[in-house]
Design a protein around this ligand. Structure first.
Ligand code: PLP
Length: 412
């Protein structure tokens, strides 16, 4: 009998049968509070009626058009609808299916547009699992171990990871920018550097926000040297952090923006956005793909944008995020093992450390597993797996937050 490959490690034993809002039900109809949202994807909640209706209607009309063969209405409408939410000047879009593909598309564009080979990435960043995306990923050795040689031309510089260094944010940022200048002097001369690639909040790397001074510093150096700034909003976009884009908290003005996850409420869709002038520098045919911008996924994205606006989900992420943070801080006060509660909006992490300050993945995992047994689904992240993260759908209400915090308090 065939078996599912053991390389797929499941974070919980749940076999999901159906979902509704922030709840998942297993095959025995046991209810779970889902504070993973499919790794920050189902932001409108499981099976939001508007997403269900829009996609059912689209399936009956057209499933797959293949957008380098024929155009279709959901894609044209989506491009128009995305216009007002995109950062100023980024008026041209390319669509693919996953965050990793968005990362690939972004670096293809950056290299072609600048004629330069190198991409400077930042320690703890996660950009996906294809070989190129994994080459730019430094949030854990497991994402690259055993499949070297990786893509050439990736240079790693420090992220202002204040919790990791145990420094005030200002000091971490000053260090990261000084090191970046050193990197540009010693490892990747500006004339060889196509782009900086950064997450506004480290996701898989442990839910560590950047700050305004760091993103401003990247922007300044990018302008000075003709380097492109790529901001990876795959996990932080579409309201997750309580602003529409994660970098809206800080500024930083991207030349290329990557998005996926919350874009289409669970349907596979990703995109990069750039100015038309920049996109025009990519060679025709260098970007594409059989499944990109699938018609049903585009219909889901259109409905997602409507739901986000109609239900005020960005504001809800900020308000419910503040409630969740306070609740998590109250739990942390009672448990010495939780040394930090951090993040933005509804992207919050609890860091576990041993009394001597060592990142404590084992205790984090035990708490995450106990929470699952008690009916609360969570995930870990961070290089040591030492951070338990809370990323519920943006439709979450105060009652679900209270319930989740109650289960968490019993699980730690
Ligand atoms: N970039 C970021 C910031 C992510 O968090 C992820 C996935 O977690 C990716 C890229 C890769 O996305 P995907 O898993 O859809 O390829």
């Amino acid at each position: 009998m065939a078996k599912l490959s053991p390389i797929l490690k499941q974070a919980t034993p749940v076999v999901a049968a159906r979902g509704e809002g922030v709840q998942l039900f297993d095959e025995d109809d046991r209810r779970y509070l889902d504070f993973t949202a499919g790794i920050g994807v189902t932001s409108t909640g499981h099976c939001h009626p508007k997403i269900v209706e829009a996609t059912q209607r689209q399936i009956a009309d057209l499933v797959h058009g293949q957008y380098t063969t024929v155009m279709h209405r959901p894609l044209l409408d989506l491009v128009e609808r995305l216009g007002p939410v995109l950062p100023e000047g980024l008026d041209s879009l390319f669509f693919a299916n996953s965050g990793s593909e968005a990362a690939e598309a972004a670096i293809r564009l950056a290299r072609q547009a600048t004629g330069r080979p190198n991409i400077v990435v930042f320690h703890g960043g996660f950009h996906g699992r294809t070989v190129a995306a994994a080459s730019m990923t430094t949030s854990g050795t497991k994402f690259r171990a055993g499949f070297s040689p990786m893509m050439a031309g990736v240079v790693v510089s420090p992220f202002p990871d204040a919790p990791h260094f145990g420094w005030p944010q200002e000091q971490a940022t000053e260090f990261a920018l000084r090191q970046l200048d050193y990197t540009l002097q010693t490892q990747s001369a500006p004339a060889d550097t196509a782009a900086f690639l950064v997450e506004p909040v480290l996701g898989e790397g442990g839910y560590v926000p950047a700050d305004a001074a760091f993103l401003d510093g990247l922007r300044e150096r990018a302008d000075q040297h003709g380097i492109l700034l790529i901001i990876d909003e795959v996990q932080t976009g579409f309201g997750r952090t309580g602003r529409f884009w994660g970098h809206d908290h800080f500024g930083g003005r991207p030349d290329i923006l990557m998005t996926a996850k919350g874009l289409a409420s669970g349907f596979p869709l990703s995109a990069i956005a750039a100015s038309e002038a920049l996109m025009a520098k990519a060679w025709p045919g260098s970007q594409g793909g059989t499944y990109g911008a699938n018609a049903v996924a585009c219909a889901a994205a259109l409905a997602t944008l409507e739901v986000i606006e109609e239900e005020g989900l960005v504001a809800n992420a900020a308000e419910r995020g503040a409630e969740l943070r306070s609740a998590l801080e109250r739990v942390a006060e009672k448990h010495d093992a939780i040394t930090d509660v951090r993040g933005l909006g509804l992207m919050l992490g609890n860091e576990f450390r041993t009394p001597d300050g060592t990142p404590d993945g084992a205790t984090a995992l035990a708490a995450q597993q106990e929470a699952a047994r008690r009916g609360l689904l969570l995930l870990t992240c961070g290089a040591w797996g030492q951070v338990v993260r809370f990323i519920p759908a943006l439709v979450v209400d105060s009652a679900a937050i209270d319930e989740a915090a109650g289960i968490w308090a019993q699980s730690v």
